[in-house]
Design a protein around this ligand. Sequence first.
Ligand SMILES: NC(=O)c1ccc[n+]([C@@H]2O[C@H](COP(=O)([O-])OP(=O)(O)OC[C@H]3O[C@@H](n4cnc5c(N)ncnc54)[C@H](OP(=O)(O)O)[C@@H]3O)[C@@H](O)[C@H]2O)c1
Length: 343
Amino acid sequence: MTTALTALPESRVPDPRDAPPVRWGILGPGWIASQFAAALRRHTRQELAAVASRSPERAAAFAAEYGIPRAYGSYAELVGDPDVDIVYVATPHSEHHRQALMAIEAGKSVLVEKAFTRTAAEAAEVAAAAGKAGVFAMEAMWTRFLPHIDVLRQLVTDGHLGEVMVVTADHGQYFAPDPHHRLYAPELAGGALLDLGIYPISFAAMVLGASPDEITSTGSLAFTGVDAQSAVTLRYGDAVAQVGTTLLARTPTVAAVSGTVARVELAADFYTPTELTYVHRDGARLVRPDGDTIRGHEGLCYQAAHAATLITEGATESPLLPLAETTAILAIIDEIRTHLGAP
Ligand SMILES: NC(=O)c1ccc[n+]([C@@H]2O[C@H](COP(=O)([O-])OP(=O)(O)OC[C@H]3O[C@@H](n4cnc5c(N)ncnc54)[C@H](OP(=O)(O)O)[C@@H]3O)[C@@H](O)[C@H]2O)c1
């Protein structure tokens, strides 16, 4: 497989509208919950059954905006709703562990926003609880389920890149210093790693695995003590992943997977639906344009469709992102935080 490809594989990701509808309960009607509800309304047949906020007024306003029939003023009421199949946990990272456990104990499946929990230990507890209850649980690492990522996976697993030697990816956004913003707030498990760094780290794990032989990192803390910036190298035998994240600057947010035969470049923002370019080591190029009609955060619909299909089939985990992998990725982040001296 050293000659250049003449055509790229097709994505195998099903049309999100084909996924069987399940009944969703949204827990925490913030920014991402709005994106999620809009994406499901526009691109799927999923049923938005209920929403819960800590405030009845906020729940009612969200329900009115997205045509959701039931609005609850407490999260406990939502998880107790017998007509909800899966709870989408869309709160700050500090809350995920407790709320996922609450939903699981009520017998609900869960889709938990990234980062799944603060630590690997918390993730393992949620995974064990879901296993014991026999319910579906998955981290909402939506990038994994996008069509261009499926094309990349095929190129890697079918050997078209040769042996993968280097993965690079970055995710930096600028957030004005504000101790009350969840990304700067230690009590909400702020910091770049759990919010932004999780994307390039999960990307590296998808390609090279979630158990590197060595993790080296350097960086700095924000004025509130949370991690602000990290430059990380993950070594896997002779292969390396170089990943970076920051709260202090808007970085290119591109990714590349380079092998002995060819490389793949993902244009900005690599973690959303975007253009993919294959470049053979002799220079031949093939481009998969960002031609999807599902753009930007509308791509959240793919993870929901994937989860709905698996729940309907009786599965308890995703083969594309098993809970053991989610847990191992958080162990990488745990170690980087230790290097940085972050909480
Ligand atoms: N997939 C993506 O592209 C993406 C993008 C952004 C964020 N996220 C993830 O989504 C999650 C939420 O982020 P967001 O940006 O949507 O946050 P947000 O706008 O601040 O919303 C979070 C919601 O959580 C609820 N909440 C519960 N306990 C809270 C507490 N102690 N402090 C503050 N809010 C609390 C609030 O709703 P009520 O008070 O009304 O109940 C709030 O509306 C995070 O895990 C984040 O990493 C994912």
